[in-house]
Unconditional design. Structure first.
Length: 340
């Protein structure tokens, strides 16, 4: 058997599929592997290029195979899909991965460290808890509104409703309903405490990470957004420009151009939805509260031509480009006047 130079490995929970070729492109390996056999198999073969789809557990396997001396390359799953010839099954997926990893124009995903994945988990856990908090707040408001008790909008005003629920002397609320709503109120307070604990951990990580601190110097980016970008973008050098980074986040117009005629639509909404939402929310808050942003001629000009949400998305696009430059140059953000 010729020496294997490239392997496409289709990941799974228990049964993995490997497809290997030699230097001439001839198939020399088709093998199914159980989860416990993967590392033992790759430790026995010569060092080669191993292609993986950037899916669940991909970064773990990339680190493990890289420790064995192999050159591991992660690829977005949607870029690999085009190389599946006919029906989809494990062997076809592994062959497509092996084919895609050799393409000179293929885009690869940097392998994350355990620290980056752990910090990203803080964000995922916080996001899930925030969704649960929103569900409980909406439920509490809706149930109490059925009995004629409402409070002003905003999370800070939910305390008034919780006080009503815990006031046994308030006869407007039946005892059976009060017991149920007290359970919801207790869950809401537990989730609030859990969110505060996660945010405390994120702040502690932010203070020890130089990249995150540099990102926080940009207007519209706070510790939450800064830590999210720092953990998600392992290597800013994979993007050729700030525009490419903004396009990766889905903050550029969708194109449907042909015949030399350019047709632009709404933003593509591709890439990391969490980062995109954070940047747009940060831009909206910056437009609302920052006096310097309100006085910016670029913002004033676009506000005359576009609706508020479009202005926020445009500012988020600009912020993303600045963030890319700050990460690449390893310098804090300087306002235009200071830079001049």
């Amino acid at each position: 058997m010729s020496e294997i130079t490239t392997i496409g490995l289709d990941l799974a929970k228990h049964v993995f599929q490997a497809h290997g070729i030699d230097a001439e492109g001839t198939t020399v390996l088709r093998k199914r592997l159980r989860r416990g056999q993967v590392l033992a198999f790759f430790s026995r073969i010569p060092r080669c290029v191993v292609g993986l789809e950037a899916c669940a557990t991909a970064h773990y396997w990339a680190r493990e195979l890289g420790a064995l001396g192999h050159e591991v390359r992660l690829m977005p799953a949607q870029y690999v899909k085009a190389y599946i010839k006919r029906n989809k099954h494990d062997a076809a997926d592994a062959e497509a991965i092996c084919e895609a990893v050799q393409r000179p124009t293929m885009r690869f995903v940097p392998v994350k460290t355990t620290e980056q994945q752990a910090t990203a988990l803080l964000h995922r856990g916080r996001e899930q808890l925030v969704r649960q908090r929103t569900m409980l707040v909406n439920a509490l408001r809706a149930h109490l509104a059925e009995f004629g008790m409402v409070a002003a909008q905003g999370l800070r005003n939910v305390g008034e409703l919780i006080a009503i629920v815990r006031d046994d002397g308030d006869t407007r609320l039946p005892d059976v309903a009060r017991q149920v709503l007290q359970v919801l109120a207790a869950q809401l307070e537990q989730i609030e405490a859990a969110i505060a604990a996660l945010e405390k951990q994120l702040m502690a990580w932010h203070k020890t990470n130089a990249v995150s601190q540099r990102l926080a110097s940009i207007p519209g980016i706070g510790p939450i957004i800064a830590t999210a970008i720092a953990t998600t973008v392992a290597d800013p050098g994979v993007f050729r420009s700030g525009r490419e980074f903004a396009a990766w986040l889905g903050l550029v117009p969708r194109q449907n151009s042909t015949g030399g005629k350019t047709r632009l639509g709404g933003i593509t909404k591709r890439g990391n939805r969490y980062l995109r939402r954070l940047l747009i929310n940060g831009a909206s808050a910056n437009l609302l509260r920052s006096k310097a942003t309100k006085a910016d001629p670029w913002v004033i000009g676009i506000r005359r031509r576009r609706p508020p949400l479009v202005v926020a998305v445009a500012l988020a696009n600009k912020t993303a480009r600045i963030a890319w430059a700050v990460m690449l140059r390893q310098k804090e953000y300087q306002p235009r006047a200071l830079a001049a």
